[in-house]
Design a protein around this ligand. Structure first.
Ligand code: ATP
Length: 464
């Protein structure tokens, strides 16, 4: 066993950077080898997860070569290495003073809160970065290629390219995945970087806790000392003035020190309600990129990749069927996939289109019921305050022509209708007119955040 570990470590030392080797491989402890099963211990959960996702395959190959047989390599947590955790302090009642904007803050059922790390030098596993969410596991398509490219650029040169990087888009489109991927990449390149992922709601809680403990100095010291701050769903700061003020200081300090900030939101900066103007202008001062709903091919690729990760063979036909019917976001696709797998396992049936129809009966009927061309025409007409009849009329003033083009675009995106069918439903127009509208709005959407936002709102309204 010791011989193997020496050989394996020596090999990995050659393959990895010195920082990676000392951060991830050196702390591992070979435990035992028996009947083709090798157990290796990691000193904490964070390292365990990271080593499993990043190095398990390579170590398995090296073990196979050493023993000349397939080896089942298992990574476990070494309990001897775990220092006992300090119990978290009890949280007193919610402070009244936060009525100036920070509301809805409660401790957990046992009165404990997830305390913010107030040490000036946070431990590595306080980064809260999810090691499973990497660039490798992120499927790319037209909808997210810009966001992904910007994220990779920022991850490769934190603090020096786009700062802040502001990613926005609707629910379940991969914003959280992307910022974790940035964190993972920075951590792999530079294991000593101080990184922190935080959801905006948790940041609000941290402000409250600091307030209660009169501990703003610690709070500031901690947040201002980070190399990379990943903050998710910043729209939660809306209306929370004390949090915004604190975040403003952190923002200024980090940017001035060339430390990287990555922010996600469900909408672009100017549209976040209840947000201080000076923060909005700061958010817009780096690079603002949209993550769009995935197009058909990307939805298919995502389904195939996720099915493959589950060890299930999904035929292209099945993947196309699901992707054609579920169009809103990736989280919905993941949910559908889980349903299909559970259904097929429970009934012991192979995954065919018929089985998928059964498994997703409820989901599909909701989709089909909600989105019709008529529904789109009504929703768009209401949104732009024009008459539904203008959707079929030959009138051409811009205030009517553009909503009509938007409705055609949405009809193409959200229904199964062909271009000629859509043309018919818009007062007997030619299919080339529909095609022109679809292309024009798609181009506008990719260039103009306000147009993108309008479309996003309409899509959400239509999908209920
Ligand atoms: N392009 C993609 N490739 C692979 N998985 C993806 C992709 N986009 C999203 N996902 C997965 O879909 C799920 C939802 O994504 P995520 O949580 O990142 O969405 P989000 O945009 O942050 O949504 P919300 O605003 O609701 O937080 C996650 O499990 C994520 O891993």
């Amino acid at each position: 066993m010791d011989n193997f570990w020496q050989t394996c470590s020596a090999q990995l030392e050659q393959e990895l950077t010195p920082q990676q080797f000392s951060a991830w491989i050196k702390p591992l402890i070979p435990l035992d080898y028996e009947d083709g099963r090798l157990r290796i211990a990691a000193p904490n959960r964070f390292k365990l997860d990271w080593v499993k996702t990043q190095f398990a395959n390579r170590i398995t190959v090296l073990a196979g070569q050493y023993w000349e047989e397939p080896i089942d390599v298992q990574f476990v947590l070494d309990p001897r290495l775990n220092a006992p955790r300090k119990p978290a302090a009890a949280m007193p009642a919610v402070i009244r003073a936060e009525a100036n904007g920070i509301d809805g803050i409660r401790g957990t059922a046992d009165g404990l809160v997830d305390l913010p790390p107030v040490e000036s030098a946070p431990r590595r596993d306080q980064s809260r970065v999810n090691t499973a969410l990497t660039f490798d596991s992120f499927v790319t398509g037209k909808a997210n290629q810009l966001a992904r490219a910007a994220a990779i650029q920022v991850a490769s040169n934190p603090g020096v390219s786009y700062n802040p990087l502001f990613l926005y888009g609707g629910v379940g489109l991969g914003k959280t995945h992307l910022i974790h991927a940035i964190g993972n990449q920075v951590m792999a390149d530079n294991p000593s970087a101080k990184i922190r992922y935080i959801h905006a709601e948790q940041y609000v809680r941290d402000v409250v806790t600091a307030y209660q403990r009169k501990g703003f100095d610690d709070f500031k010291r901690y947040y201002h000392s980070l190399d990379v701050l990943l903050i998710d769903d910043i729209q939660f700061f809306g209306g929370k003035s004390r949090t915004q003020e604190e975040f403003f200081y952190a923002f200024e300090a980090l940017i001035a020190a060339k430390k990287q900030i990555i922010i996600t939101s469900d909408t672009y900066p100017k549209e976040i309600t209840g947000m201080d103007d000076r923060l909005i202008s700061r958010f817009d001062s780096g690079l603002t990129v949209a993550v769009e709903p995935p197009e058909l091919e990307m939805r298919v690729a995502i389904l195939l990749k996720k099915a493959n990760q589950e060890g299930v063979n999904f035929s292209d036909d099945v993947a196309f069927f699901v992707a054609k019917h579920l169009r809103s976001n990736v989280r919905e696709l993941e949910g559908a996939l889980r349903k299909i797998l559970a259904f097929s396992r429970f009934h012991g049936k192979d995954i065919t289109i018929e089985v998928v129809k059964d498994a997703l009966k409820d989901l599909l009927s909701v989709q089909n019921r909600q989105i019709s061309v008529e529904n789109i025409q009504k929703t768009v007409a209401d949104f732009f305050n024009i008459k539904v009849a203008d959707m079929y009329s030959k009138k051409r003033p811009a205030n009517i022509a553009r909503p009509r083009q938007i409705a055609m675009y949405l009809a193409k995106e959200l229904t199964q209708k062909s271009l000629p069918e859509i043309g018919d439903l818009f007062g007997g127009r030619d299919h080339t007119t529909v095609l022109h509208a679809v292309r024009k709005i798609a181009a506008d959407r990719s260039k103009n955040p306000e147009c993108n936002h309008e479309l996003h709102v309409l899509e959400q309204t239509l999908k209920g």
